[in-house]
Each structure stands twice: as structure tokens, then as C-alpha cells.
Design a protein around this ligand. Sequence first.
Ligand code: 9MR
Length: 722
Amino acid sequence: MNGFRKKCFGLMKPFTGILGLVIAGGCQSRGPAAPGEGNRTILEIGFETETHPFEPRGGSEELTLTNEAFHTGAFSLRIENRSKPWHGPSINIAPYLTAGREYEISCWIRLISPERTELQLSTQIGQGDAASYHGVAKKGIALQDGWVQYTGTYRYTNISSGYITLYVESPADGTASFYLDDLRLTELAAPMISLEDLDPLKSRYEPYFLIGNIASNADLKGIRFDLLSRHFNVITAENGMKPASLQADQGAFTFADADELVDAFLAQGMQVHGHTLAWHQQSPEWMNHEGISRGQAVENLVTHAKTVAAHFKGRVISWDVLNEAITDNPQNPEDWRGALRETPWYKAIGDDYIPLLFQAAREADPEAKLYYNDYNLDNQNKAQAVYAMVKELNERYPDVGGRPLIDGIGMQGHYRVNTNPKTVALSLERFASLGVEISITELDIQAGADAALSESQSLQQALLYGSLFTLFKEYAGSIARVTFWGLDDASSWRASANPTLFDKNLQAKQAFYAVSDPERFMAQHQGLTAQETRRAHAVFGSPVVDGIVDPIWEQAPALPVNQYLMAWQGASGTARVLWDDASLYVLVTVTDTVLNKASLNAYEQDSVEVFLDERNDKAASFQEDDGQYRVNFMNETSFNPQSAGTGFVSAVKTSGASYTVEMKIPFKHRTPANGAEIGFDLQINDASDQGIRQSVALWNDLSGNSFQDTSGYGILVLTGKP
Ligand code: 9MR
């Protein structure tokens, strides 16, 4: 706790010697009690005494008690000199919490600068790699000329780290200064969750395949551990066995946390799958950086794989030996070498880094099943490239340890409600025909947004889970394991898209029941399938395309470009669309910290793309009314087909961590009118600081084929013409 961060009083006040907080049953009660019988206020901070328990989260920002402004009483906390969105006042509330209980959390905020911006009250659970971050009261607009209350609820299912903070951040403006007052934490009387009500999933799937989930060290106690142990029989460490976790510094292997995690689940009679021996993400810089020699790279790769595989020998059943080595949607998939991602491993060693790596793992742990693991394997081009790679390598290296070089293919399975189970089935069929085993290694299904899930979205999600599990059962002869990537929505890497079986209160969602008994669930909802196409309005109006955002754009609704094609979640943004009798106008604001256009491929540069199917005929190949319009952050344009560029105008403005693109696209094949529907999509390409495309965000179409197939585009409805 920070005992004496204070001062700059215009008014002197007596020092009372008591912290500015009141614990339940304490001497002070402020404002109305939280609604509900039996709720207990356990912490209140009004900043009315000489000390306060807040810390600066970033380090450099200043926290000062002040009487310049207050919500109640005479004082508040002033927060200034922030330089990052996540900087702000932070308080460790772990000592006040009881595991499994739900809390109402509220505070009051008034902006100092700018005049208005979006702030968020958030909570951090745990520290370092084990930390997870969750919005409690999201995206409220704070103002300069009045106090705004931020209120939300959160159920803390694991408090074992002893480090759980509340903090205020500013996603849209990293430098915002503000006053904070009257923070209150109320324990709600709602009952704790009962585990016994649900049939264990692992029993239901026992005849078919192993059923798994992920864990971190923070999950080794309490209700989360109980829930994991009840439903699953195999565990993957979410982050703890990745190269960056096990060998951050060369030669200094750090196994203690991973050992603790593995042994805790083994002691429950569960099994463990290892993830991952080599990946271009979450690997330390020293291991495989640009310019490293082939010899050094081989040494680093092989030493890491052998040491780690040997260390866990006998305790893991299988390894994701190599993760995500194939590019997205390769255009010539037969040529799997041409489809390889140009990672530092590949650049330093060449394509034989793959057999070298698998051989090293096999030598160190001959018993473990060795997997190639990747995402978007429902994309048939990518699936074909993986098929070609595994087939050729297994033919070329038939006898490694008496087994094929690669035992299995891991289909990660980061899906969305509009994922088509038929494409998943095609890939299962393709891989099964190779004779290798298949595991679904990271299953989750995004639905809804901003951590909100409507009843119908929840049902759509459950329906897709149901059809997938029906399918997995059909392929049970080839499928060894199905692992979910996240126990509950709040702890998921995609928390805002509600992708798991349990909600943030660890209550089973419809998705749980669909997985538990897919045939019954599908029969109960006969005829329904999970498909969701985004629709939005374009509003009548003619902005000037000059890089200055005219107020008229505000009349059009904001479209989130926030669904990811690749597993890496990079730049995202929002767009607005206007139209007049001659043109469609698109404004896209992208949030991106590093802007790069080093790649010779325009689509790999930081850039924005619009896809247009003017007649909305959803053709599976480009027709004359279809076009792709790309503008990078330096306002350099490219078009598909080339002729689409005729009459196109664009302007770009960059500022700090964002850039804004304005486009004017003339209508060429349709006379626009109120009510007309147009096929439309948006894409944000995010280049890494190495100039490689690391993430693709879209408004609607996640087929990866928008450049040639319009059938997955979202729909724009033209409105507002007087
Ligand atoms: O869920 C993991 C998240 O906590 C990490 O921040 C992230 C870092 O890359 O990795 C996530 O897990 C990834 C997995 O290791 C490989 N496939 C994609 C998963 C989601 O990004």
C-alpha cells in the first residue's frame, strides 16, 4: 500500500491517522446501500483522510489528494501525467475478497482533460504471465463538467494470487487526467455456485475422445480448479509451457511454475498436453531473431525442444511441437513450402527446420504424440497445405522412432457463429485420410460483443457447438482429444466475444448443454442453424474527402472492424459509411501502435480495405460490380481489379497510435436509393514491426476469400435520403 502519496491541499485538514477507507462493519457509510437483501459494503474510499491506498499503475503518473474537486466530502484523488492507456490509479483489493462471491464495484470520475473521453473501470487478476484483465464498468464517457459514475459487477472465482487490483484506464486517450472519488466495493448476497448440478463432460465423452481445457497457475486452487477437475480429463497450459515461459534467458530454463501446474493436474488423475515447443510468437528474442545464423538457430531450436520434451517426458501425452507455421489462405496450397510463414526460424534454417524440430522432440520423448498445430484449418486452402506438408514429411521420414514423423494434426478451432461446420467436416475428412490422429486443440466460438451476449446469440453459439460435437463424435475414430481454449468467458483470451461454455459467474451457458448432449440439444432446436451476417446503415450525406473528419460522419452509425481472421489479435478499428447519388463514402479509424509498410505486398502493409458488391448478388467469384479498394497509412492505394480505381479518392491522417482513412468510391453499376442493400465489408491489415502481416480484422466476412468471393460480405442498407 502506498501510505503517503498525497498533498497539494489548498485547504488544510486534520490528520486523523485513519486510512480513507471503511471496511464492512466499520464506522462510516456513504450514500445508498447497493440494492438487494444481505449485500455488504466491504470497502469505501472517499479520499477524506491524509493517506490513500492507490498506486500508480504505470509508474510515472502522479496521484495526488486534492480539494480542487470532489464528488462527496471535500477531497478526491487527482490523476495526471499519464502516458499510456493502461496507466492510472490502482488498488489491490485481494485482501477484501472471498473466492466465488460476486461484487458490485463503483466509483465516480470527473475529467480534467480532455473535455470528454471514454474511461473504463477494470480489474486485474494475478501478475505477470498469469495476469488477466477484465472490464468491470466499460466505456462510459467521462466529462470535464460533471461527475460520472462507473458501476459494474464482477465475480472473483480465484483469489489465490493475492494480487487483484481495481484500476481506471482510458482506452481512447492515454494521457487523459481525471479526478477519482467514492470508490465502493459491495459483496452481493447472491449464492455461491454449485458444481454438483452438472454432469461431468468427461464422462459424457469417455467413449469418444479426451476432453480438455486450459489452465494457468492461478487456477490451481478453489472453484476454478474444482470445475476444471470435474469436467475435463486433460489440461493444456495456456501460456506456461511456451518458449518465452520456459527459457526467457538462454540456457536458464525455468520449469518451476509449469511443473507445479502439470503435477497438480496429474495428481487429480488427469492428463496433460504440452503447448508448444516452437512458435513465432511468445518466443524470446534471443532464440530466433532476424539475422541469426543457421547454425545458431538450429542449435537454439533443437536444444529448446530436446530439453523441454525430456523434462516433461512421462508426464505429457502429446506435444504441439510446431505451432502456426503455415500462412493464411495460401493461394497455391499444393506447394506447402511456398505456403510456409516467413518466420525467423524459416529464414535462418529453411523448410528443414520442421523435420529437425520433430526429430529432436521424438528423440527426447519417444512416447509422446507429436502434433503440428494451427488455426483456420477450416479454410480449405490452409488445410490442403497442412495436408501436403504432413503427407510429404511422413513419407520422407517414415521410421523416426518406429513412427511417422508427425503423429497428429491439431485443429485449433477458434471459431465464430458463422463458421460453417461443413468446412470443418471437409478438413476432418482430409486429415483423417492421412491416417494421422486429429485433435481439436483450442476450441472456442465467438458470439456477441463487448462481453454482452443476447439470448439469440447465445443460442446460435450453442447450436454451432452442438453441430460441431455431433460431427466430432462421427470422427471419434480419428479424434484423440477436444480441448476448449478457456474455462469461462471472463478469463478467455477473447473475453469480449463470450466464446466459452461458462459465463463470467462460472454458470453453464446454453453452449454447455449443447456440448453435454448435442443430439438432444439439436433435436430440441430443430431447423435452427448458427449463421449471423452483420448489417448496418449507410446514411445519406456527402463529406469532403480531405483527411479532416467532417461532423457529418457522426450521423452514420459506427461499424466495429473487430473480428479476427488470424489468431493474433492486432489492429482493429471502427468505420462509418455515408452515400449520395454518385458515391459511397467510407471513414475508417484504425488503432495501431506501430505503422509499417516495409513489405512489397500491399496487403501486408498497415492498411485498410473495402470490399464492395454493388448489386449484392453474393457471387462466389468477382463480377463486374465487385471491387476491392486498399489504402495504406501513407495514402498509397491499390485496387482489385485495377479498373476499380477509376474515380476513387482517398485521404489519410495519422495521429499517435491511430490513423484515419477517408474514401470516396463512385457507384458504377447501381443507382443508389433508400432501402437498397449493398454487399460490403471492411478489413484492417496489421503489419508487425518486421513488416509481416500479423493480424487481419474484419467487419463481417471471415472466409479469408473476400478478394475473390463476395458471398460472405456483410450488408449495408442505404438510408436517410430526404
Ligand atoms: O490464450 C493465450 C493468451 O493468453 C496469450 O496472450 C496469447 C499470446 O500469443 O496466446 C494465447 O493462446 C494462443 C495459443 O497459444 C496459440 N493459438 C492461438 C491462441 C490464442 O491467441
